[in-house]
Design a protein around this ligand. Sequence first.
Ligand code: ATP
Ligand code: MG
Length: 335
Amino acid sequence: MAKEVVLSGIRPTGFLHLGNYFGAMRNYVRMQDEYNCYFFVANWHSLTTHPDTSELRNSVHRVIAENIACGLDPEKVALYVQSDVPEIAELYLYLNTMAYKGELEKTTTFKEKVRLSPDNVNAGLLTYPVLMAADILIHRALKVPVGKDQEQHLEMARNFAERFNHRYGDIFPSPQAFNFGGELVKILSLDGNGKMSKSENQMNTIFLADDDEQIRKKIMKAKTDGGPLTPNSVKPDYIQNLFTLMSQVSTADTIAKFEADFNASSEGNCIIRYGDLKKQLAADMVEFVKPIRSKAADIQENKELLHKIIRQGAEKARISAGATLKLVRDAMGMN
Ligand code: ATP
Ligand code: MG
């Protein structure tokens, strides 16, 4: 039986961080054997909010290198750069005639971006969901691993696909949100405000490129408090976040010890020492990030290898994209 098609993208808007890793990339790695995976660097999408392209090529290379360092195998998946696949742009053009101004203006992310940068409300921003639909539909992908924030865009992609199918013939399956193996983790910013992010909260986000000292410093100044006042308290979200990180990188014994200390603490008898917890977490995180960072740096320096991987990814992506576009053109009488 043919494997189901999975598609996901990351914008090259900055350095990848633990949120990207535990929330997205680690799942990509787990999917690569069971699914026919297309993962891409969304450099066209980054133009809508980051028009300065002087660092773009570097960022694209880093995202590719970091994805491979995290375990993606370019032999197993199609790992490509969006702008290398012109078929996406053509499909975007067709889908634009099926997307209505009113619905685009109502999109939550559009309204949010208008609020954040009122001086750069470009048409690309307005039609972001259409380009995202083209990214997905060009491979006739069924499963799209995205965070909660993308659910509305995905629904729009389903609408565009349905409209196309209705008008021109059944070409596109209906893409669905997909989270491999259940639970999605969300990694909060270490100051407890918002989430770790490429473009916000940078002092409280741990990047895969951070050196040992930066990792230690950021974790040691993570927000904590005086400790729980009653046994078996509910953890405040910034404390839960430290335990979440610990659950990803520390040994079962370590986690069990700090959990027990937390749950045994009560007023006047606070057993858990957050200083110790952060020290242990920092040590384990340093060991966790070290090999990823060093592998990513090696790949990034090896331009020949990078170019080969990017070329190979584009070739794979264009085979699938070309086949879809042929169906689309045939259905529309554009052939
Ligand atoms: P930007 O700040 O430019 O929006 P970002 O850090 O939010 O960048 P995206 O490129 O928007 O990263 O998202 C890439 C993937 O990483 C998505 O699947 C998203 O759901 C996931 N992701 C991003 N931040 C986190 C986080 N803090 N915790 C868990 N998953 C996250
Ligand atoms: Mg984001």
